[in-house]
Design a protein around this ligand. Structure first.
Ligand SMILES: Cc1ncc(COP(=O)(O)O)c(C=O)c1O
Length: 405
């Protein structure tokens, strides 16, 4: 082993020794990044085709985002919400307008934003819809992924996420994803919300049948139920539109956002809804020390400005077609199925050939970072700033791995 390789080995050993084993990372130790590329501690370069599970939609260290963060670091970074700071309204207005909603409530992580949406929906149910106290029900989909808090894992159908973490929070009803009849049958007078991912990311980039969200919207409107779209992974340009649910010509009552909202720099999440929904919260009922802090708002406001141009959505749509058609060309060559929208693909590989994990290890050895999910599915979600040439390079390397090279 050379001295150089020793750095990766040592860093992996230390991480293994000193941390809880809640992840099973690929053996790559990243030291720096720029655009769609990262460099490890031994100087090897990798094309990042995961992009922090869509948190890096604008790439590593996007110059505009870094400049916004630097400028804010030199002014003020944290005030708490006990006071108002001068970046708060700017960010919230920009995001509310991007969402076409009256109000925004900023938080930090995705799971916190989902928890916020759940609390708001329950309170709306009691105070606006008139559901008896403590009886509110929220309908979710099998295969969902909304985060890791005890309430959220209570309604996860993934045994790894769910088992051993009870007692579970009641008030959730699970129905199959993509089945409007099952959803209709599950709605009761106590249903306050339907919480869905417009595309299920962790489940393997599952795109629901065309028309599904239109029917969900109609049911929710008819039954006075809030439609909550968890766009944490699917939103902010990833699918070729600002929001994935736009592909269905549907407007939810509440958007839940995270990941790319922080520009890959700071954790920023938010819910956005109209006043009749988000206005149910009163002082003291919900909060977060770091939610909506000046640094987060400065970066978030710049993210909103980038999205306002439409440039990233267009790139994602155009390059996404190239990605999906490139992957579809590999069907029969080791690929069994391809799903996706924009620069986001779930690729099922032939389990007889190799596991998803093995494929990702072999891709990493060839300088491409991607992540497996559920056995033989690989998720590809490169930064939206990736070039055509780099995308083609990723496809070539993917084909080489499948061919056993
Ligand atoms: C759709 C969706 N919702 C919620 C979350 C949770 O976000 P966080 O990890 O920031 O809590 C994720 C994270 O992968 C997600 O993909």
């Amino acid at each position: 082993m050379t001295t150089v390789e020793f750095r990766t080995a040592g860093a992996l050993e230390d991480a293994e020794k000193w941390t809880a084993h809640n992840y099973h990372p690929l053996p790559v130790v990243v030291a720096s990044g720029e655009g769609a590329w990262v460099t490890d501690v031994d100087g090897r370069r990798y094309l990042d085709c995961l992009a922090g599970y869509s948190a890096l939609n604008f790439g590593h260290r996007h110059p505009g985002l870094i400049a916004a963060a630097h400028a804010q670091l030199d002014r003020i970074t944290l005030t708490s919400r006990a006071f108002v700071h001068d970046r708060f309204a700017e960010f919230c207005q920009g995001l509310a307008e991007l969402c076409g909603k009256d109000l925004v409530l900023p938080m930090n992580t995705g799971a916190e934003a989902v928890e916020t949406a759940i609390k708001v929906a329950r309170k709306w149910g009691y105070r606006v819809k008139g559901v008896p106290d403590g009886q509110a029900e929220i309908i979710v989909a099998a295969g969902n992924f909304h985060g890791r808090t005890t309430t959220i894992v209570s309604f996860s159908t993934d045994p790894d996420a769910h088992a051993d973490f009870g007692p579970y929070t009641p008030g959730f009803v699970v129905v199959p994803y993509g089945d409007p009849a099952a959803l209709a049958a599950a709605i009761t007078p106590n249903t306050v919300a339907v919480l869905l991912e417009p595309i299920q990311g962790e489940a393997g980039v599952l795109v629901p049948p065309a028309g599904y969200f239109g029917e969900v919207r109609e049911l929710c409107t008819l039954q006075n139920v809030l439609l909550i779209a968890d766009e944490i992974q699917s939103g902010l340009g990833r699918t070729g539109r600002t929001f994935a649910i736009e592909h269905e010509n549907v407007t939810p009552d509440m958007y839940v956002l995270g990941k790319a909202l922080g520009g890959g720099i700071v954790p920023v999440s938010a819910v956005a809804a109209d006043r009749d929904v988000l206005g149910v919260l009163k002082p003291g009922e919900h909060g977060s020390t770091f939610g909506g802090n000046p640094l987060a708002c400065a970066v978030g406001a710049e993210v909103v400005s980038l999205l306002r141009t439409g440039e990233f959505q267009e790139r994602s749509a155009a390059l996404g077609e190239r990605l999906i058609s490139g992957l579809e060309a590999l069907i029969g060559e080791g690929v069994v199925a391809v799903r996706g929208r924009g620069l986001w693909a779930g690729v099922d590989i032939d389990p007889a050939l190799m596991t998803g994990r093995q494929a990702c290890e072999r891709l990493a050895a060839r300088g491409i970072l991607a992540k497996d999910t559920h056995g033989s599915t690989i998720r590809l979600a490169p930064p939206l700033v990736i070039t055509e040439a780099d995308l083609d390079h990723a496809l070539t390397e993917f084909a080489a791995v499948l061919a056993g090279n």
